[in-house]
Design a protein around this ligand. Structure first.
Ligand SMILES: [Zn+2]
Ligand SMILES: [Zn+2]
Length: 205
């Protein structure tokens, strides 16, 4: 019942909200969809609901063996929903970027890396220390490639693991990395998201 209420609050914040979304019966069904992967449940000779989506298996695999990650993710989702989510990103590319931890924390991640005040501070700090705005993965510089048109342009990526994004926690400049648009998209292109190090390694190969 409590889970159903929480999920409805989330649904309300993610979209218009649908009165039939995950009512208590729906939560029970969903739980049974997950149970089909649960060895402890199967060991009791029970089966769970055999039919279900492919995503349930992916989620089970990502979290079943890591209770710490699961609990941190659940805490972060609840905490962010409690304070109200940032405005939904509207572009289609944003909708392609969904972390394993789901739409809610993805939305928090995107909002943090688009905080214009912090983005400006980050760019200024990097220009001050390096004299340029270069991608931290491929070293691309917009101004060098596009001249005046590219001056001051680069994207900012938030480095903190998505399950640790709690409301009220300050983003520091050290939590942000500068990436060109290609590298930023490649970080987010598939689940799980790449780290900067993983992307560098991928680019070298
Ligand atoms: Zn790059
Ligand atoms: Zn990002």
């Amino acid at each position: 019942m409590n889970l159903s209420k929480l999920l409805n609050k989330i649904s309300g914040q993610l979209s218009k909200g649908n009165p039939d979304f995950r009512n208590p019966n729906g939560v029970y069904m969903k739980t049974m969809n997950f149970r089909r992967f649960d060895p402890a449940y199967r060991a009791q000779g029970k089966k769970g609901l055999e039919r279900g989506g492919k995503l349930e298996g992916e989620i089970w695999n990502a979290f079943a063996s890591d209770h710490h990650l699961l609990s941190e993710t659940a805490t972060a989702i609840r905490a962010n929903v409690d304070v109200g989510l940032p405005i939904e990103p509207t572009s289609d590319t944003d909708k392609d970027f969904e972390a394993e931890e789901g739409r809610i924390l993805t939305r928090v991640h995107l909002a943090r890396e688009r905080n214009q005040k912090l983005v400006q501070q980050k760019k200024l700090a990097v220009i001050k220390s390096t004299g340029k705005l270069a991608c931290e993965v491929c070293l691309f510089e917009f101004e060098a490639a596009y001249g005046e048109r590219g001056a001051g342009f680069i994207e900012v990526h938030h480095l903190k693991p998505i399950h640790t994004l709690l409301p009220g926690q300050k983003t520091t400049l050290g939590d942000l990395a500068l990436l060109c648009s290609n590298c930023h998209r490649m970080v987010h292109a598939r689940r799980p998201w790449f780290t900067i190090e993983q992307l560098r390694e991928q680019l070298q190969n």
